[in-house]
Design a protein around this ligand. Structure first.
Ligand SMILES: [Zn+2]
Length: 114
């Protein structure tokens, strides 16, 4: 059970890193403005999920500033390891539980922490 949760969390870390690269290119290289949209990958715990979702650069930045928050498509949330804290037409924002293994891994691998 803990192994499954650990695997889910590590998968989410992989997708978050991919999105950090996308965001870096979008705002850094393409110089896209804060209110413009960008296409990122779903950050759910399913490693075979290759679906994409659309958000704005500014929404991406505000979610990413909290290491416990992740973007997932509706239906891709895993209620046993995370809570839905925001819902839009395009995606859900889920929050990992800080006391659980997934939350600990999310904080430990926070790409914005250094
Ligand atoms: Zn997904």
């Amino acid at each position: 059970m803990e192994e499954r949760k650990r695997r889910i969390a590590l998968n989410e870390m992989v997708f978050r890193e991919v999105n950090e690269q996308i965001e870096g290119l979008t705002s850094g290289v393409l110089q896209v403005g804060d209110d413009e949209t960008m296409s990122i990958v779903c950050e759910c715990g399913e490693i075979t999920c290759a679906e994409r979702l659309t958000t704005t650069v500014s929404d991406y930045e505000s979610i990413r500033s909290d290491a416990l928050l992740f973007f997932v498509l509706p239906g891709h949330e895993l209620p046993d390891v995370e809570d839905v804290v925001e819902q839009t037409d395009a995606y859900l924002v889920v929050r990992k539980r800080p006391e659980a293994i997934g939350g600990k891994i999310a904080v430990e691998h926070d790409p914005r922490s250094n």
